[in-house]
Design a binder for this molecule. Sequence first.
Ligand code: P6P
Length: 339
Amino acid sequence: MSLLTLPQYLVEQGRRHADITPDLRLLIETVASACTSISHKVSKGALADVLGSLETENVQGEVQKKLDVMANDILLAANEWGGALRAMASEEMDTFHAIPAAYPQGDYLLLFDPLDGSSNIDVNVSIGTIFSVLKTPESHRNNPVSEADFMQPGALQVAAGYVIYGPQTTLVLTLGQGVVAFTLDKDTGAWVLTREGITIPEDTAEFSINMSNMRHWEAPVRRYIDECLAGTTGSLGKNYNMRWIASMVADVHRILTRGGIFMYPRDQRESSRQGKLRLMYEANPMSFLIEQAGGMAVDGERRILDIEPTGLHQRVGVILGSKNEVQRVHGYHLDSPKR
Ligand code: P6P
């Protein structure tokens, strides 16, 4: 097995691809280093008084966990001085975080969900950090920083990844040249390349959805799940297994490891008519990884990476994973009467 470390991998990729610049390499290493600190705090749990909630809510109206805010602060502090970034955006902040005047600005934009799966923190189930990297449009570079700089479809991401804080702490990354994984060696602090050329099986017999929302689903989703539940007695002719960890990072990591289909569809409730998950720092980075691994990612009718965003915190339906399975659900949406 290759024992390349993250810096070595990034330098090698930079030698092969001019768009993997020294600034982008520094950015990825800095995000990984911040996630090493987050991993340390997560693993301490009650020993370090990092569990539980605060009295505050984030822009999503969600009660913030202590670790949500800690992870957010760690990522901001680690990334604002390096000179690679023009600004940052986070699930935990109402608007973008400009780079302080004391530091040089760069061309990259970093977006992140600092700690995805917060509801699992206090019950010791895997959680993670999700990040996405865009480049500031040339036409914006001489203007003051604004949210408009971030309003780019996910297809324009130059890098994306997540770190899952589970039995192992693992970074899964794409720079647009396929998907690789690094495992954190907690003895040395090194991120060691442990998987290369990650691909998703095109077929699966495992679906991932929160079944308690069934009565709210639109017809195409209900049709597909009913077919899965019918097993060998139904039109799909095979029995399905179900998994729902309620940490997107953990569910997506399983799919990148053994295939499957993950679904958090929009539904008919007013509160989730556009979906629950956020486009810019959850759906887009995960969709980039899934497509780079040979999978497919749609909101129902549309390829997620083609969606033109209108806001930093906009929500979207998410159906992603094994290509042939997602293609089926996508087809059901296209065949369904327009909403
Ligand atoms: P539910 C975690 O809060 C999250 O944003 C995703 O990580 C996860 O897939 C989803 O929400 C879980 O939502 O409604 O099942 O609790």
